[in-house]
Design a protein around this ligand. Structure first.
Ligand code: IPE
Ligand code: IPE
Ligand code: MG
Length: 251
């Protein structure tokens, strides 16, 4: 039985989040410029999006560019922004063909104008699609997002729309980029390239996510790797603070 057949379709993670890492190292191995790795990484994005949609995963969030990534050499940042514009433009018809809706989280205003424009257009054009939601985290960092949520909650209190004592966990959740778009917490977080860190990604939302780390570099991560990650996820017991006995007796 191959990996795909072993997946239990009834126990799929509803939301998978991926830290796509290792493009630069992959290019270096090939004695190419870093941007070559980013281009190859787009092929992995296409394959994994297709794989998730075929399986019936409802939300896929991809960490594509972090707040901290702005500090990379200008040439790389410019190359990534150009790649982003071109990819969104070229792939929107395929998203629609596969009934996939595009969404984005992060400080989108800080993206170059043409980039944000292309993104907003793709979001608008795919807004009626219902098979899966693909969320791009762009100019994203979790601390920025939590800071924005805190500011917006404070503004609501200041305007008398909310009292300070009403602020609770749900208020914070609802004011995050994900919460404002109705995106649930990810059950599975994947990071490629052998790094075992979160790099400022979805800190609040991954409170109970299962982590899957693989040494595979992002440009080499394809559907079979996705299936391995999901199978690993399905082999785990998610306890949410309870005992194993409590979990089995509630089944
Ligand atoms: C991930 O690959 C893509 C982005 C962060 C934009 P990297 O560019 O971080 O590749 P490495 O980690 O240097 O290999
Ligand atoms: C995280 O990768 C950000 C993205 C995948 C977009 P980085 O390569 O920027 O993270 P660090 O620097 O290794 O923590
Ligand atoms: Mg990296």
């Amino acid at each position: 039985m191959d990996q795909l057949q072993k997946i239990d379709k009834k126990k799929l993670p509803r939301h998978i989040a991926i830290i796509m890492d290792g493009n630069g190292r992959w290019a270096k191995q090939k004695e190419e410029e870093r941007i070559f790795g980013h281009h190859e990484g787009v092929k992995s994005v296409k394959d994994v999006v297709e794989g998730c949609a075929e399986l019936g995963v409802q939300y896929l969030t991809l960490y594509a560019f972090s707040t901290e990534n702005w500090n990379r050499p200008k040439e790389e940042v410019d190359g990534l922004m150009e790649l982003l514009v071109r990819t969104i433009h070229a792939e929107t018809p395929t998203l629609s063909k596969n009934n996939i809706r595009l969404q984005a989280i992060g400080d989108l205003e800080s993206l170059p104008n043409n980039c944000n424009k292309e993104l907003q257009e793709a979001i608008r054009n795919t807004s009626g699609n219902t098979n899966m939601t693909l969320v791009l985290a762009l100019s994203y960092s979790s601390r920025w997002e939590i800071g924005q949520a805190a500011k917006n909650i404070a503004l609501q209190v200041q305007r008398g729309l909310l009292t300070a004592t009403e602020v609770n966990e749900k208020t914070v959740t609802d004011h995050l980029g994900t919460g404002m778009l109705g995106i649930p917490d990810p059950e599975l977080l994947i990071r490629t390239s052998g790094e075992r860190r979160v790099s400022n990604f979805l800190l609040w939302q991954i409170a109970y996510a299962e982590f899957y780390f693989t040494d595979t570099l992002w440009p080499e991560f394809r559907k079979p790797d996705l299936y391995s990650a999901i199978l690993d996820y399905q082999s785990r017991e998610r306890r949410f603070g309870l005992t194993s006995e409590q979990i089995s007796s509630s089944k």
